[in-house]
Design a protein around this ligand. Structure first.
Ligand code: FES
Ligand code: FES
Length: 188
């Protein structure tokens, strides 16, 4: 007999998942085909990483996986099982902002909270690998991150300033003044 309906997709199986996120060991149960962005935001409540386009074109969802920038909206969480994940919440050291967080604020590198986390994370990886990038290297690093508000000049200026702080200072933690925690008690 002819079937006049499409068969249901089989349910995906549940699996255990564990990783180190911003220096903290975390674990959860999830569907085997879960997307990393969903696990971070919906299962773990780490909301700094933003969902923009959800299709790999805006860079809002950028995170670091074992130190390399990745788009979490295009990555299966399973691929990051056991990995070291850094989100924007993990860039500061205690009460010291990462220099790029401080200079984004000082140079007008950001206006909204959607694109900014992705820019910060990607730029932190750039500065980690190359503390004194040229303008071309800065622009190349952020070519996958879109901003619809500021234009990019303030962002490039912010990276230059952060580079000076890092090159003159003694590392991320000590290079910026301590700031009070705006969300005391939130572990991120
Ligand atoms: S939300 Fe992932 S690239 Fe836009
Ligand atoms: S500051 Fe977020 S889109 Fe430009």
């Amino acid at each position: 007999m002819v079937q006049y309906r499409l068969p249901m997709l089989p349910l995906s199986e549940e699996v255990d998942w564990a990783a180190t996120v911003n220096g903290n060991g975390v674990s959860t149960r999830m569907e085997s085909n879960a997307i990393l962005l969903d696990v971070l935001r919906d299962s773990l409540g780490i909301l700094g990483t933003k969902r923009g386009c959800d299709m790999g074109t805006c860079g809002c969802c950028s995170i670091l996986v074992d130190g390399s920038p990745r788009l979490s909206c295009l990555m299966l969480a399973q691929e990051a099982n056991g990995c070291e994940i850094t989100t924007v919440e993990g860039l500061s050291e205690g009460h010291h902002l990462h220099p790029i967080q401080q200079t984004f604020a000082e140079c007008g590198g950001s206006q909204c909270g959607f694109c900014t986390p992705g820019f910060l994370v990607v730029i932190s990886a750039l500065l980690d690998e190359n503390p004194k990038p040229s303008d071309i290297e800065i622009k190349t690093a952020i070519e996958g991150n879109l901003c619809r508000c500021t234009g990019y000049q303030q962002i490039v200026d912010s990276v230059r300033e952060a580079s000076s702080i890092l090159c003159d200072g003694s590392g991320v933690g000590d290079s910026t003044d301590p700031k009070s925690d705006p969300h005391p008690g939130f572990a991120g």
